[in-house]
Design a protein around this ligand. Structure first.
Ligand code: GUN
Ligand code: FE
Length: 425
């Protein structure tokens, strides 16, 4: 309970139940605890409530300022969407009738061309940032488009709404004014990039220690196409490896059809996979075996992949992750289905690891930034009914399976309350 940093002041103190993942436990439920956030947005302490008086003396806050969580409330870490196309948000929920390569040509490329118009971009990007924040995505790893001005606008909007984000148009040093919005080097995928473009992007990323994102082995036709386009490479993974695009700050979406040998390369390089199950089913790409990825000790987070995936909500990404895992168990009863606890971890701590942000976010550890959701499972006219005797773990499970943005009453990023939106937004 020692206070190391004597300069920080306490900005918020919450008391009640806290749910998060740790390296040892997929779900740890801390009841009757108090959590303090300092004025730099970092978690200052998380301790038993019985010590609240001495905590208030050590840290200099008034116990009357404590935010008391109700019986049916808890705080959980904000969710990390490791793969979302902000530029495809306008047609989310439609256009799911074609496989990847035709889907790109028919629906995606014509819409993405519109982002040279900043008014169009402003409208869609404002809506996607608001929608995802309201649904509890405190960190989003965005694909924008080839348009620099519109990509910068997405970064500006994420910053102004207070969302933590990686924004992908290649823009190494353009966003450095925003503490929680960073650029991510974004080759779309191997079929749409020449070898020289991939090499240049690899060099830019490595020289500037930047994040990298792309797509890999999403659909079988795409994998075959990559073989013909890069005949000198042993595999799809080898294409990115040869161009220095697999680093410990790389996140590759999908990976449905990666071989075990390719997964070894992911593990060795520290590169991560973003699992996008809604998209994988919606455009019939494949079913990623997450258990196999985890057994290979490859970092993995979840993504919505809007608009290949029809839902912008990470709660949906968790549910679809379980559905796919169960479908794999139906095919092979030996397959060990993912538990809801494991999937909760993937949406929070796992996502932070996949984006190499786990030293900053992902769970409630002292010194990390306070990215959190205040969840109330009992909101009036809400989607969840509770019955007597339900323990916090059952309540968590009900929220993960039945909850929606009505249950996410407050959202914090880096200690700042960003939902409900201020009146000016
Ligand atoms: N592969 C290359 N581009 C895309 C995209 O926009 N969406 C999906 N799902 N896969 C891709
Ligand atoms: Fe994608």
């Amino acid at each position: 309970m020692n206070r190391n940093d004597k300069t920080a002041r306490i900005a918020h103190v919450f008391s009640g139940t806290f749910v998060h993942s740790t390296l040892r436990a997929a779900v740890e439920i801390l009841q009757n605890c108090v959590l303090g956030v300092d004025d730099k947005g970092k978690i200052a302490f998380i301790e038993n409530h019985q010590d609240v008086v001495s905590l208030s003396e050590i840290w200099g806050f008034e116990t009357s300022d404590i935010k008391q969580l109700g019986q049916y409330e808890f705080l959980m870490p904000g969710m990390v969407d490791t793969h979302i196309h902000a530029s495809q948000y306008s047609y989310t929920g439609t256009a799911l009738d074609l496989p990847l390569l035709e889907w790109l040509n028919t629906y995606t490329f014509p819409v993405e061309a519109k982002y040279k118009d900043l008014d169009f971009a402003n409208n869609v990007y404002t809506k996607v940032v608001r929608r995802t924040l309201k649904n509890g995505t405190t960190t989003a790893c965005y694909f924008a488009t080839i348009h620099t001005d519109a990509s910068l606008l997405l970064g500006e909007l994420a910053d102004s709404f207070g969302q933590r984000a990686l924004v992908g148009k290649v823009c190494m040093d353009c966003n450095s004014a925003y503490p929680n919005v960073k650029p991510v080097v974004t080759p779309r995928f191997a079929p749409s990039c020449s070898s020289s473009l991939l090499s240049e992007l690899g060099e830019i990323a490595n020289n500037n220690k930047l994040h990298i994102q792309s797509h890999i082995s999403e659909n079988k036709e795409e994998v075959e196409l990559v073989k013909t386009l890069f005949p000198d490479c042993k595999s799809y993974t080898d294409v990115y490896l040869k161009h220095n695009l697999l680093t410990d700050k790389t996140v590759m979406a999908h990976g449905c059809h990666l071989t075990d040998e390719e997964l070894e390369i992911f593990r060795e390089t520290g590169s991560a996979i973003s699992h996008c199950p809604n998209s994988n089913i919606s455009i019939c790409s494949g079913m990623l075996n997450v258990r196999n990825i985890l057994n290979h000790k490859v970092k993995l987070g979840l993504g919505t992949d809007v608009a290949g995936g029809y839902s912008p909500s990470m709660l949906d990404a968790m549910r679809r992750t379980i559905d796919t895992s169960k479908a794999l168990t139906i095919q092979d009863p030996q397959h060990k289905t993912l538990s809801f606890e494991e999937v909760f971890r993937l949406a929070t701590l796992g996502g932070s690891e996949a984006l190499s942000l786990d030293d900053q976010i992902g769970n409630f550890v002292v010194g990390k930034e306070f990215d959190a959701l205040r969840v109330n499972v009992c909101v009036p006219d809400g989607p969840i009914d509770l019955f007597p005797g339900e323990c916090p773990k059952v309540i968590l499970e009900k929220f993960l399976n039945l909850g929606d943005d009505r249950n996410i009453t407050e959202v914090y990023v880096a200690g700042r309350q960003v939902v409900p939106f201020p009146d000016t937004k």
